[in-house]
Design a protein around this ligand. Sequence first.
Ligand SMILES: *Cc1c(COP(=O)(O)O)cnc(C)c1O
Length: 429
Amino acid sequence: MKGFENTLEFAWEMDDQDSLAGFREKFYFPQMDGRDVIYMTGNSLGLQPKSTQDYVLRELEDWASWGVEGHFHARMPWFEYQDFLTVQIADLLGAQNDEVVAMNSLTTNLHLLMVSFYRPDKKRYKIICEYDLFPSDLYAVQSQAAFHGFNPDDAVVFLKPRKGEHVLRTEDIIAKIEEHGSSLATVMLGAVNYYTGQFFEIDAIGKAVHKAGATYGLNLAHAAGNVPLRLHDWNVDYACFCSYKYLNSGPGGVSGIFVHEKHKNNPALPRFAGWWGNDPDTRFQMPRKFVPAEGARGWQLSNAPVLSMSALKASLDIFEEAGMNRLAAKSQKLTAYLEFIIRSINESRMNAGLDEPVEIISPADSGQRGCQLSMIIRKNGKSVYENMVKKGVIVDWREPDVMRAAPVPLYNSFEDVFTFGMHLEQSLQ
Ligand SMILES: *Cc1c(COP(=O)(O)O)cnc(C)c1O
């Protein structure tokens, strides 16, 4: 990368020019030896905003003051609490307001959406997904196929990279979709793959999915709050996200769904129903017949988990202030800097006559990745990883040899990336 330098002075200069640098102050960093750790695992669990406690405390106070009447009298009435999150979530996903709602947890939502959008019959029953998908997603698609009486080994079709490659080529994904065409029921992709960090070409793939007559679903666990999304325009049918990774809502934080507007009032679409999905005008009259609320809200089952949603609200307010476009612009620079640092470590080792120690497996094209870089550590990876954590560099490890690091634009700095590189280089020795 032109213009970058692997020096602390250069990193400081970049931080000085960063208009988002101040946002770091809004988060708590875990401490080690009296200092902030170098936190590179916002892709697993985002840091806690300092404001979160106030948001949660406010609901605890209202609960103390009002008891059950808080449903209508809390400062943010619990009856409609989920609706306070809608506009900000819709913004992050590139959705219309009635296409999204926060509810449940992620794997639960994936199942609920597949109940509606994976409707296999004898001819059309296959599910295409990545081979390297998150285990929970794998179990979800396998058990969905089995639930409908199909053999998962036949019904679930995996996308694998070419020999010697680590990420999927869009042309290969589309070829696979065409190959299974008339037997394909749905395609369910991690919009950003959790393992490689690959951000798929969602729009182009979606066109092929719909041409084949299948539905198109996304798991946004690693995409929401990481990359700019335009789910409505991309014509995605269904999607779900978790909010505890890039969206900083805390462990087990509430999930959410997207259902495209075109399915808004389709009575032919079966769903598993619950009272919170009933039309809010009659919800508390407890009608004997379920009348779904319009749009995504009609998929809700249970009353809003307000404490968890209040924590998400704290973070969404920060995202709104920072702006996803500014975050994405910083993210590209910050991740490019990380890439540059890793490459310069490789170069200096090779100049010393040694083997190249690190191979980045995330896409090189910044348009096809978010902030995460996954890298193979070629020798003694596990001990390199353990050594880094001991030094206060929090990264994550996937067997057998992959380290993942995610400089998050909301709270990581160029100095963090420089320091990461310094410790990586030392740990490789
Ligand atoms: C993090 C993650 C999950 C976790 O699922 P939960 O139901 O929230 O425990 C599932 N799928 C993907 C792709 C993930 O990245």
